[in-house]
Design a protein around this ligand. Sequence first.
Ligand SMILES: [Zn+2]
Length: 173
Amino acid sequence: MDEATRQKQELYRTARTSGKYDGIWQSVGKCVFCDLNDNYVFYEENGVVLTIALFAYIDGHCMIIPRRHVRSVKELTPVEWETMRKMMYIAKKMIREIYGIKGMQIIQKDGAEAQSTVEHLHFHCIPFDAPDLAQWNYRPLANTPLQNTDLYRQKQAEITKLAQRFARKYQDD
Ligand SMILES: [Zn+2]
């Protein structure tokens, strides 16, 4: 490994904890997932890859990414979706095998507001060794569980419409 490569690998290794990650993303202009570096891909099937996360939260952190630039799960073909489901299974088994960690968090940040990167669908598979890894900052709740259930139930007609619309738009192959 040459010195430049060694330095870059070291940058990736420490970016999340050194604070350099934010600056790096702001300087990326293209879709990094369309332009995936195959050096980090360790499994591929049906146009979907399992690849190491360059800016990992923890050792073993990998990602499931369709090669196609799709923004949402609704755009996946049934074959792609089924392949991703299989890869979630493989990732969990391998995280246990290689890192000795039995838990895994699957995170998919949906929508531009939720992501720091591009709108190219990707699922993070993150070994879960302790809760501090992904600390949730809970919000004070305005509603009880029954009140929140009621808010969704009041929209039953819309939910049914959405279900029909999904079937019409995304399930006819
Ligand atoms: Zn893309």
